[in-house]
Design a protein around this ligand. Structure first.
Ligand SMILES: [Zn+2]
Length: 547
């Protein structure tokens, strides 16, 4: 079979592997590229394969960087089935339409800008409706059961312990009576995560394709986290303030609820107060995702199951409320008494959380607890960095509340975690392909694998293809099949050049509109002179390039 690495190659987003056998074509994952203009531009590009010719698709988990381009697959002509676990399907049914909504919203903004520049409008990558429509093509499969997809291909979804429904795929492909087994880790979680099971140990593989997000890092010890969390809640309650937790919708919110539930059990006797504090989940997406968690109890680990067996559901305890309407959300800020409010977005740049911050940041008795990474430039990051004043809805607010950052559980296993997981294969893979990691992490991890496990590694570049069979791994150029004449890397590189040219065009348009608008002559003449010199050089280079 031939595997082409079309995303998450030397980067962490846009996961997509295109696989061709002598009879079938399919993909594993189809994620959105994220993180900046350049990555975003890749989402608009046509696929490097023809979606209409795909026989089926496999999805490891619901995160948008693995699933977010699935609706586009259908818009572009795919008609096949997507196989995923039941929990992944249910989470995708929430997350993909939400992503469609965001695409439409961002597209509107782009079109307003284009209109001003006299350009025709463009379509969003896909709409909320497109995303809703594509859900009909999902087929839920059970964990740990082999699924015979067709006469040549079998697959088994194993628990990856990363988010609810996440899977490590075992894939068997039989060509010319010879079977080759490839394992895809998807994103692989940590051992001992709240709610989730540990990643499944896989017995054997001919070839392994593993993520390497934390390939050069080990996670910090998180034991004190529980104590700190409880201390913040109790001391804030004593002062009569609120505890505001900005949180992402899927995974993190449910982990927090689980932690709160667990602490109630542990501290309940000593601190009846803690039992009384109401917890509000104030985010429609987080509420829907929590319902999916409640709906998939069979995915839980033993500890969470034992709670359920004893009659209590960690995601459904007395005092837990879900607010739906905007009015209910507003009412939270008008009501008396301490409460915990979990609300999105996790980085505070949008959503209902902004209202809660507006009403609590100025209060000395309230606390804001961050539990996830805060990207540069976000309101969350400014608060974590110690801003004394922030602007919310045009109003300047003095920060008087307690601001805390508790590093949450990471969804990804660290360097030692993946290494130890690989070391448990009883039949070792002949070659390990490293994906889903930044250059530094991935290269250091490759070295570590070779040194510690004595397995050959390969770091594929974006768009690179390899033949893997019972004899070994070969660069795609060696592929004898006639269909392999469509060499993916060069198609892809062409698309990249097109994207680069588009980007240059956009930048130039923007620069010229700035200059055209510069009627007040804010730019100095000398700057304009300088710009002209640089542009002449650019023009010469461009003419050369086009030639
Ligand atoms: Zn993920």
């Amino acid at each position: 079979m031939k595997i082409s690495f079309l995303g998450a190659a030397r980067t962490v987003t846009g996961s997509c592997f295109y696989i061709e056998t002598d009879r079938y074509r399919f993909i594993v994952d189809c994620g959105l590229f994220q993180g900046g203009k350049e990555q975003d531009a890749l989402n608009d590009e046509p696929f490097a394969f023809n979606p209409g010719e795909l026989d089926f698709a496999l999805l490891t988990h619901a995160h948008i960087d693995h699933s977010g381009r699935i609706p586009k697959l259908y818009v572009d002509g795919f008609k096949g089935t997507i196989y995923a676990t039941k929990a992944t399907t249910e989470l995708a049914a929430i997350m993909l339409p939400d992503s469609g909504h965001i695409q439409e919203f961002e597209n509107e903004w782009v079109n307003r800008k284009r209109e001003r520049a006299g350009l025709p409008p463009v379509k969003p990558i896909y709409t909320q409706q497109d995303a809703e429509n594509c859900m009909e093509h999902f087929e839920s499969v059970r964990y740990f059961e082999e699924v015979q997809i067709n006469d040549q291909i079998r697959v088994r979804f194993n628990d990856a312990g990363h988010i609810l429904g996440s899977s490590i795929l075992e894939l068997w492909v039989k060509e010319d009576d010879k079977e080759v087994k490839v394992v895809f880790t998807g994103d692989i979680g940590n051992n001992n995560m709240p709610i989730l099971r540990d990643p499944t140990i896989i017995e054997s593989a001919d070839y392994l394709i593993t993520e390497s997000t934390y390939g050069n890092r080990t996670h910090m010890n998180v034991e004190n986290k529980v104590e700190r969390f409880v201390e913040i809640i109790i001391s804030t309650m004593k002062k009569g303030g609120n505890i505001i937790i900005p949180s992402f919708a899927v995974g993190r919110t449910q982990e927090i609820l689980y932690e709160i539930f667990k602490h109630r059990e542990e501290y309940g006797d000593r601190l009846t107060q803690l039992m009384e504090i109401p917890v509000y989940v104030d985010s429609p997406l987080a509420t829907s995702a929590t319902m999916v968690f409640r709906n998939n109890l069979d995915c839980y680990d033993e500890e969470a199951r034992s709670y359920i067996a004893n009659g209590s559901n960690p995601l459904d305890f007395p005092g837990l409320h879900f607010t739906k309407t905007a009015d209910e959300s507003k009412a939270l800020n008008a009501s008396e008494g301490s409460k915990i409010i979990i609300s999105a977005s996790g980085m505070c740049d949008a959503g209902r959380i902004k209202h809660h911050l507006k009403h609590n940041l100025w209060r000395k008795d309230s606390s804001v607890v961050f539990v996830g990474y805060q990207a540069a430039g976000t309101l969350g990051r400014r608060l974590v960095d110690g801003a004394k004043k922030v602007r919310i809805f045009g109003e300047e607010i003095t920060v008087e509340s307690r601001i805390e950052m508790i590093e949450g559980f990471s969804g990804h296993a660290d360097r030692d975690g993946i290494l130890s997981w690989i070391s448990k294969f009883s039949i070792k893979p002949r070659r390990i392909f490293l994906v889903h990691g930044e250059d530094e992490a991935i290269e250091s991890f490759a070295g570590l694998i070779e040194e510690n496990l004595n397995i050959e590694t390969c770091i594929p570049g974006q768009g690179e293809s390899f033949i893997v069979n019972e004899k070994g791994v070969f660069a795609a150029a060696g592929w004898k099949d006639a269909r392999a004449a469509t060499v993916v890397p060069y198609d892809y590189k062409r698309l990249q050049v097109v994207a680069m040219l588009d980007k240059i065009r956009d930048e130039l348009e923007e620069a010229s509109s700035i200059l055209r608008d510069d009627l007040k002559k804010e730019k100095k003449d000398i700057e304009i002179e300088e710009m002209m010199k640089k542009l002449s050089k650019f023009e010469r280079d461009l003419v050369e390039l086009i030639r």
